[in-house]
Design a protein around this ligand. Structure first.
Ligand code: ATP
Ligand code: LTN
Length: 328
């Protein structure tokens, strides 16, 4: 019996932050047991908005190194760069031709990202979910571990697979999203109404995985909370809830334990303890990352091996799809 397949990816659109880690990558690491995993750096998704070419190429390697520093094991798991596997682009064109515009018009991430600029943003940004469907479907993926914001895209992926199967005969497997409830949506520290995001302009809102302890302390001490006193998990108190969630996920303690630990104590103490916890939790990741980056060839080799394995599978699926459609 072959193991279930898992596929996920992150855009090299900025430094990875603890939202990416707690919402996504930490779950990837766990899923390596018992599954065959593919973790991709989705550089073609990143260029749906303008990127500096040099920075993009460097960030692509940085993110791959961070996957490994976080515990993704290149011996067991395929780590690769999306643009190294041309089948993703070809597959996207075919899916474009069976995806109704009405489906794309419903995508909330596009609406959020395009905002007022609807007439100026690229066609690529609009088509982003179709490229994502190609990523997933090319590998006959069973499970897609993601943060909450991506559920709609996975649903669209299933719709595209089903439509293709209906039009051309059974070809694609329907994938399932895996969303860990806790950590699925870590909020920005300086604006708890918004999710923590790589591409946000304000550095005070995000804790990057490579932030030094001093930066971590500074950002957490200044995090926006409310003027109430009692420290407890209350979703309506967004800033506090976010800090407590991060604490919960990194400490492994239960909510009751955390609430009783902080009973009668103030926000400053919570923030101080949280800052130490975050700094300590990220230390091994930072150290391993530095170690890896001492030898740039190491990452190049892993990505080359990953591309080879990914290409072999993706090519086969693409060939199957082209045949069904009558291309070639
Ligand atoms: P960008 O700002 O460029 O959109 P991002 O920070 O939202 O980037 P992505 O590359 O879009 O990150 O997402 C990578 C993974 O991390 C996805 O699975 C996504 O759901 C998850 N993720 C992103 N932000 C958060 C967050 N704040 N909390 C939890 N998970 C998150
Ligand atoms: N859109 C995703 C990144 C992504 C992805 C994927 C995630 C691109 N392709 C395939 C899972 C599976 C995001 O997290 N913003």
């Amino acid at each position: 019996m072959s193991k279930p397949r898992v596929f996920s990816g992150v855009q090299p659109s900025g430094a990875l932050h603890i939202g990416n880690y707690l919402g996504a990558i930490r779950n990837w690491v766990r899923m390596q047991d018992g599954n065959e995993c593919f973790f991709c750096v989705v550089d073609a998704h990143a260029i749906t908005v303008p990127q500096d070419p040099k920075r993009l190429r460097a960030l692509t390697r940085e993110i791959a190194a961070l996957y490994i520093a976080c515990g993704v094991d290149p011996e067991r798991t395929v780590i690769f760069v999306q643009s190294h596997v041309p089948a993703h682009f070809e597959m996207t064109w075919i899916f474009n031709c069976i995806t109704p515009l009405g489906w794309l018009n419903r995508m909330t991430q596009f609406k959020e990202k395009a905002g007022e600029q609807r007439e100026q943003v690229s066609a690529g940004l609009y088509d982003y979910p179709v490229l994502m469907a190609s990523d997933i479907l090319l590998y006959d993926t069973d499970y897609v571990p993601v943060g909450e914001d991506q559920i709609q895209h996975i649903e669209l992926t299933r719709d595209i697979a089903q439509r293709f199967n209906y039009l051309f005969g059974e070809t694609f497997k329907l994938p399932q999203a895996i969303v860990q409830r806790a950590g699925a949506r870590i909020m920005s520290l300086d604006n708890p109404e918004k999710k923590m995001s790589k591409s946000s302009e304000s550095p005070m809102g995000t804790i990057d995985l490579l932030d030094e302890p001093d930066a971590i302390r500074q950002k957490i001490m200044r995090a926006v909370t409310d003027s109430l006193r009692e420290i407890r998990f209350d979703e309506s108190r967004k800033g506090l809830y976010n800090l407590l969630t991060i604490y919960e996920l990194l400490s492994g303690q239960s909510r009751e334990e955390i609430e009783s630990h902080f009973a009668g104590r103030g926000y400053a103490e919570l923030k101080r303890e949280l800052a130490e916890l975050v700094a300590e939790s990220l230390r091994p990741i930072r150290e391993k990352y530095r170690e890896i980056m001492k030898d740039p060839q190491y990452i190049e080799d892993i990505l080359a091996r990953g591309a080879e394995k990914a290409n072999a599978i993706a090519q086969q699926t693409l060939r199957r799809a082209k045949e069904r459609v009558g291309l070639g």
